[in-house]
Design a protein around this ligand. Sequence first.
Ligand code: RRO
Length: 299
Amino acid sequence: MLKIELLGLEFENPLILASGVVDMTPELLRRAHREGAGGVVTKSIGIEPRKGYENPTIVELPYGLINAMGLPNPGWEAFLEEFKGQKFEFPVIVSVFGGNPDEFAFLVERLDEVADAFELNLSCPHAKGYGMEIGQDPENVYRIVKVTKEITDKPIIAKLTPNTNDIVKLGLAAERAEADAVSAINTVKAIAIDIYAKRPILSNKVGGYSGPGIKPIALRAVYDLAKSLDIPIIGIGGITSWEDAVEFFLAGASAVQIGTAVYLKGLSVFKEIANGLENYLRTEGFSSIREIIGLALKV
Ligand code: RRO
């Protein structure tokens, strides 16, 4: 009932582990799959190793988290070394970040052999020279998708930022450059202040907000993208329950990614949501998840 084919890949279910949460090693990815994820996205990989920012890098709030991890990653060479020759029984989407089209192209070329698909991080909300700073401009989105498509036959997903006045323009630019899908959204630029220390809590001061608090923002982004784009949309943002997931499918998502809920509730959230989805489909008289994608766009 939950099986889907997306980007030419078979997913046991449309619930994918989002980038940046318990996804640093092959064994952690296998564990996410054992616990019910239909596919996984790796932590964003760049050219050089990065330690990330000093602590504190995460603030927990009543409705989610603000993070500024600072793109911690081992760099492409160490990543390739660790993933080369590994076999996975589920799709592994490799997330990459760069500061310009050439860096994205370099990473996609080098990591091609270990990726079933790539997710281009055009949307990290707080890294100087990366992510959202370049991904807010549709022309950059176009150029980066275009060069990566020329280098690989693997599917390319453009991960979009909500920190823009018009996410649909970014999605259309990705589609024009022949992206295979878009994923939306990355985190929402945010800050938390310690009222006694009288200073921002995160070492980087600003970060990205994720979790239940951003779900309606993410859902609106998916809804608007689905109305304008023909390529598949992968919904991300605050999905914590099966009801949340149903909303995203009805708004036009072909799959969803789950990140903060894994951080807050553990990996068991995948089975919980998958069971709830199957029950919903059965009781509403559907035989496949496909049948509910975009139903809320028709009214
Ligand atoms: O590493 C991070 O701080 C980070 C990244 Br790469 C991203 O894409 N989104 C986010 O909220 N944090």
